[in-house]
Design a protein around this ligand. Structure first.
Ligand code: ARG
Length: 437
C-alpha cells in the first residue's frame, strides 16, 4: 500500500501545492488568515527539514501527503487539520504530479538542446568530410558527414517540440476537483492556478482526478527520443568497430576488455541503446495500467510514479551522457575515404550525366546498370574505365565524364534539404539558431 519510498520525491510539489491552497482558503474566508499563516510557516519548516535530511519519513503513514500532514500536526497542532479543507488526496496527487512534469519538461528540453549543440560541434569540425550515405546499409550515394549528423539534429528538434506540446496540456490545475465531484466551498481556482504557474483550471472534476495523459505523453515523447538516441548509438557503435573505423570515442566513454587488450568498447552508446527498452516498458506499462480504469480515481493510478520517475532519470542522464560523448568523437577521415575507394556510389551521378546529355532517366539508369556490371567484372572503378569502354554502353559519354567525383556528386545535390556544402551551411546556421531558441 505504501508509496512513500518513491513518492517522497514529490515533497516539494506537495508543499508548494498546499501553500497555494492554504493561501487561497484564507483569501476566500474559508479559513482564518492567521491560521493560513501558521500552516504556511509550518510547511516551510517541514520543507527545510526534508532538505536537510532531518525528516523522518514513516511507512505506516503510507504516502507523501500523509507524512507531511502528520508532521504539520506535530509542529502546529490542531490548526493543521484545516489545510485539507476542500481538498482530497485525489486532486492533491494529480496536482503534485503535474507540477513535477511541468518542471521536468524544460529540463528535458535543455538536455536535448545540449545534445543538438554537440552534434553541431562535430558537424562543424568536420565540414568537408564526405562519407558513404547508406540505404539497406549498402553504400548508396555520398553525403557530407555533417549532413548525416544534422539528420539527428532534426529528430531531436521534433522531440523538443513534442515535449513543449505536452507541457501545454500539463499546465492545467486539477486542484478543486476534490475526491471526484468538486467541493462545496467557494474556491478561487484561478488564483491557485496563477500561484502555481498553471495556464488554466481543469474543466471536469472526474476527469481531472483520474487523467494521467500528461504522464503518458511525457513517456511517449521520451520513448521516441530514446529511439532516436538508440539509432545514433547504433551508428556510433558501428562506426567505431574496426571494420568501419570511421570514428574513435573518447576514453571516458569507452572501456577496455578485461581479457582482450586490443578492445575499446563503446559502452556508453551501448548502454543508452539498451536503456531504450526500459523507457518503452514504462510507456506500455502505464497504458496497460490505465486501459480499463472506470472513472474516477482508482488506486491503480499510484503505479504512475515509479515508471515516470525512471523515465525522467533515464532520459535526462542519457541525453547528458550523449552530449558529453559526442564532443569526444574523433572522426577518421582517412578511413572514411578508404571505405569509398571504389566509386560505384557515383552510379546515380553517371545516370544523371546521361540525362543531361538528353537521355530519358529510365534509359540512362539501364545503361549505367550494364556499365556497372561491366566495371565490377573487370575489377575497375568508373574512373579507371577508358572512354572507349564507356562508349560500348553509350555514345553520349564524353571526356567530361571524368569530372564526376564524390565532391561533384555532393555539390550537385543543392536542393533545399540536400547534402551540398551550400545547403549544409544553411542547415548549420539554422541549427545554431534553433539551439538558442
Ligand atoms: N498515494 C496515492 C497515489 O499515488 C495518493 C492518492 C490516494 N488517494 C486515495 N484516496 N487513497 O495515487
Amino acid at each position: 500500500m505504501a508509496s512513500i519510498p518513491f513518492d517522497r520525491r514529490l515533497y516539494r510539489q506537495d508543499i508548494e501545492g498546499s501553500i497555494a491552497h492554504a493561501r487561497m482558503l484564507a483569501r476566500q474566508g474559508i479559513i482564518a488568515g492567521s491560521d493560513a499563516e501558521t500552516i504556511v510557516k509550518g510547511l516551510y519548516s517541514i520543507r527545510d527539514e526534508i532538505e536537510q535530511g532531518k525528516f523522518q519519513f514513516k511507512t505506516e503513514l503510507e504516502d507523501i501527503h500523509m507524512n507531511i500532514e502528520s508532521a504539520l500536526f506535530e509542529k502546529i497542532g490542531d490548526v493543521a487539520g484545516k489545510l485539507h479543507t476542500a481538498r482530497s488526496r485525489n486532486d492533491q496527487i494529480a496536482l503534485d504530479l503535474r507540477l513535477f512534469v511541468k518542471e521536468e519538461i524544460p529540463r528535458t528540453v535543455d538536455g536535448t538542446k545540449s545534445l543538438q549543440a554537440a552534434l553541431v560541434e562535430v558537424a562543424e569540425g568536420n565540414k568537408t568530410v564526405i562519407m558513404p550515405g547508406y540505404t539497406h546499409l549498402q553504400q548508396a550515394q555520398p553525403v557530407l558527414l555533417a549532413h548525416h549528423l544534422l539528420a539527428y539534429f532534426q529528430m531531436l528538434q521534433r522531440d523538443r517540440e513534442r515535449f513543449q506540446d505536452c507541457l501545454g496540456r500539463t499546465e492545467v490545475l486539477p486542484l478543486g476537483s476534490g475526491a471526484l465531484a468538486g467541493v462545496p466551498y467557494p474556491l478561487d481556482r484561478e488564483f491557485v492556478a496563477r500561484e502555481l504557474g498553471f495556464k488554466k483550471v481543469s474543466a471536469n472534476s472526474l476527469d481531472a482526478v483520474s487523467d494521467r495523459d500528461f504522464v503518458i505523453e511525457y513517456e511517449a515523447a521520451a520513448a521516441i527520443t530514446m529511439m532516436h538516441l538508440s539509432r545514433l548509438a547504433e551508428e556510433l557503435v558501428l562506426w567505431s568497430s574496426s571494420e568501419f573505423g570511421f570514428i574513435e570515442m573518447g576514453e571516458a566513454y569507452a572501456t577496455g576488455s578485461s581479457i582482450m587488450p586490443q578492445k575499446k568498447n563503446p559502452d556508453a552508446a551501448e548502454l543508452v541503446r539498451g536503456k531504450t527498452g526500459r523507457v518503452y516498458g514504462h510507456l506500455v506499462g502505464m497504458l496497460a495500467a490505465m486501459k480499463s480504469l472506470p472513472l474516477a480515481y482508482n488506486r491503480d493510478l499510484q503505479e504512475d510514479k515509479e515508471g515516470l520517475f525512471d523515465t525522467v532519470d533515464t532520459l535526462q542522464s542519457s541525453l547528458e551522457v550523449f552530449a558529453g560523448m559526442m564532443k569526444t568523437v574523433r572522426v577518421n577521415g582517412d578511413r572514411i575515404a578508404q571505405a569509398m575507394k571504389t566509386d560505384y556510389m557515383l552510379a546515380t551521378d553517371l545516370a544523371d550525366y546521361l540525362v543531361s546529355k538528353g537521355l530519358p532517366f529510365r534509359e540512362a539508369h539501364g545503361v549505367v546498370g550494364r556499365l556497372s556490371q561491366y566495371a565490377v567484372s573487370k575489377g575497375k572503378n568508373f574512373r579507371e574505365l577508358a572512354l572507349e569502354e564507356y562508349h560500348k554502353f553509350s555514345p553520349l559519354f564524353g571526356e567530361d565524364v571524368y569530372e564526376i567525383t564524390l565532391e561533384s556528386s555532393v555539390a550537385a545535390r543543392n536542393v533545399a534539404g540536400g547534402t551540398s556544402p551550400q545547403q549544409v551551411e544553411i542547415a548549420l546556421k539554422e541549427a545554431k539558431r534553433l539551439i538558442k531558441e
